[in-house]
Unconditional design. Sequence first.
Length: 240
Amino acid sequence: MGESLRVGITEFADLTHEEFKEQYLGLKIDLKPESERNVVELDESLIADSVDWRTKGAVTPVKNQEQCGSCWAFSAVASMEGAYFQAKGTLKSFSEQQLVDCSKKEGNHGCQGGLMDYAFKYAEKSLMETEEDYPYKGKNGVCEYAVSKGVFNTQSFSDVRRDSVNQLAAAVTAQVTSVAIEADKRVFQHYTSGVIKSRECGKKLDHGVTVVGFTDEAWIVKNSWGKSWGDKGYVMIEKS
């Protein structure tokens, strides 16, 4: 991945900016104050110089949420897949559709948006099925959860302190990590490669993605818009 930002003609180029935002973003932000979030202070002395969980085998291939605001489910599942790999030593692809269909009681709204924290809360009580057993449909559906096919529970989860590069780096050093970004910026609609600078980003969080590593200057971010978007489905975002 090169350092210089490149934008160009993407599969979203024929969409108006409003259509792009409506069809491909879907994070519903929990506006609780920091004091009410499950924030844990991580040990910053363990931060690696760089990390890439893909090279360790902890990251499944890039997936595609299609025209469904289920980014939150893809972000949460990617973190669960990484956690399962660390616990079991093998990589499994888990079901985003299960979260879309079955986690409404926790506060999610399927293709109309949700939050990774709510997905983790659901997975604390219900075993996650694999993608093969509960395939993705790209639309809302009736919950078809089968406990007999479940293979993974979330044991616990915590939040990283806001606006802290070091705390996020400590989290990503330890594991694949779900994050929220503002992706309604035109740079995301037309991104092809390189590093998106912080000045191009915003703080009106509307999209769930997954940080799978970092370099000296940038976060390595797995998106859920398919492999043809960005740099084979990934985007580099400046560490700041």
